[in-house]
Design a protein around this ligand. Structure first.
Ligand SMILES: [Zn+2]
Ligand SMILES: [Zn+2]
Length: 100
């Protein structure tokens, strides 16, 4: 059987602090993120997932220019929250503010 990999979000390494971020993979953690590829910045420890988990049409647009579909995720201590899928802007919206 052929193993299926999730489609990647980034065609190239995203930049952070002026350098390309390095690619890693999660090995399961308390948040239930198992085997998800992600990029991490060596300088500021910012990280962003390199998959389409939680990114769906119908999500609010983030504050990037041009705006992109945000990523919805469950965050510790709060409800479902939308954030910039690529970690480029500071967009953040709670699902209760999105669903009228
Ligand atoms: Zn950085
Ligand atoms: Zn954004």
């Amino acid at each position: 059987m052929q193993r299926e990999y999730p489609p990647r979000l980034f065609a190239n390494e995203p930049l952070c602090c002026g350098f390309p971020m390095s690619r890693h993979q999660t090995y399961g953690n308390k948040n239930g993120n198992v085997n998800r590829p992600y990029y991490k910045c060596k300088d500021c420890s910012d990280m962003v997932f390199d998959d389409w988990e939680g990114i769906r049409g119908g999500n609010p647009d983030c504050a990037c220019n041009p705006p992109r579909i945000s990523r919805g995720q469950i965050e510790r201590g709060s409800d479902y929250t939308f954030r910039c899928a690529r970690g480029r802007c500071d967009f953040k919206m709670n699902i209760e503010d999105w669903q009228e």
